[in-house]
Ligand binder design. Structure first.
Ligand code: UT7
Length: 321
């Protein structure tokens, strides 16, 4: 029997500090009305000064392990999808591995910005399906508050901090459950639409996030829809058969635009953008956790996740949970 990667647990973590639109309106020339109307975002979380991306990742991972009924000793692969690592190196995943008490297998970071979790899930699936690992922690964790230009109203109102994690286990007796198909895509020609203007090699600094928002928006609906259809086609599944859509949470207008384009009922789309903002690689597992814990997503449901982000990168993953 072929090995399949089964999602056995999910967890998430949000920092305590809530930053509202009203507070942002005191800092930059914006308003709650503008932010809600153009993005759907009402508030976002901001990590404490002494909280690192790895701390957020560990909090989410502990919950995912508990949900899976697993222990650190069971894990032999840790992938942290992040664009805001603790340090330039070593990988944030190395610190997460040590903090959790995982003492076997590999741990590495994966950099695909907002698409990071989908890329990491697909990567882990390939490791597990080839028998190169038995149980993976796949984490999306970000502290985007550290790379925002707090004077740029076009970007600082959009992003927040947080983390989400899943446990993925290789099983021969998975039945219908598991990662069914994934689709990943990068088009580096759109590099300059969304980037951070610093880095060790080019500027020897960390830099700030820069985005041509409306240009990214124009790419988003088309590429996200295409990725979702491709993931379904690879699995021989139609969109009607999907129980839940768990999108990257960048903008409610993008979620609505994709749903409209593909004819998806909005009540099947998990939306957390109002209270999380855009948490980059953390947003998909965060939304997955919220909808699992509140009872919407149940064992055996067919879930389609998708994301688009800097690179540009985009992708989708079809999973029977
Ligand atoms: O997660 C990675 C992927 N990222 C995304 O998917 C983000 C995609 N982009 C977006 O979500 C939207 O493009 C934004 C929310 C970023 C912007 O919305 P938009 O409807 O595309 O607005 P715009 O950039 O075309 O700007 C329209 C106007 C401009 O003013 P003028 O030039 O028309 O006078 C902006 O300066 O809105 C202005 N503006 C703001 N006004 C008040 C931009 N940001 C703000 C703001 N408050 N925070």
């Amino acid at each position: 029997m072929a090995l399949r990667s089964v999602l056995t647990g999910v967890g998430s973590y949000l920092p305590d500090r809530v930053l509202t639109n009203a507070e942002l309106a005191h800092r930059v020339d914006t308003s709650d009305e503008w932010i809600v109307e153009r993005t759907g975002i009402r508030e976002r979380r901001i990590a404490a000064d002494d909280q690192r991306t790895s701390d957020l990742a560990c909090e989410a991972s502990v919950k995912a392990l508990a949900a899976a009924g697993r222990d650190a000793k069971d894990i032999d692969l840790v992938i942290v999808a992040t664009a805001t690592p603790d340090l330039t190196f070593p990988a944030t995943a190395a610190r997460v591995q040590a903090e959790l008490g995982v003492t076997q297998g590999a741990a590495f970071d994966l950099q695909a910005v907002c698409s990071g979790f989908i890329f990491a899930l697909s990567t882990a699936d390939n490791f597990l399906a080839r028998g190169q690992a038995k149980a993976a922690l796949v984490i999306g964790a970000e502290t985007f508050s550290r790379i925002l230009d707090w004077e740029d109203r076009g970007t600082c109102v959009l992003f927040g901090d947080g983390a989400g994690a899943v446990v993925l286990e290789a099983r021969e007796d998975a039945g219908e459950r598991g990662v069914i198909s994934t689709f990943l895509r990068t088009d580096g020609r759109m590099h300059d639409l969304l980037y951070v203007d610093g880095g060790p090699s080019q500027t020897q600094s960390v830099g700030k996030l820069r985005m041509i928002g409306n240009a990214v928006f124009r790419q988003a609906v088309e590429h996200i829809s295409g990725a979702m259809l491709e993931a379904c086609a690879r699995a021989g599944v139609t969109l009607d058969e999907v129980d839940w859509f768990v999108p990257h949470q960048a903008n409610q207008r993008i979620l609505d635009g994709v749903a409209r384009k593909l004819g998806i009922a909005v009540d099947k789309v998990v939306s957390t953008v109002a209270v999380h903002g855009n948490t980059s690689a953390a947003s998909v597992p965060l939304a997955l956790d919220i909808a699992t814990r509140d009872g919407r997503i149940k064992k055996g449901d067919l879930v389609l996740m998708e994301a688009l982000g800097g690179g540009l990168t985009w992708g989708a993953a079809l999973v029977r949970v």
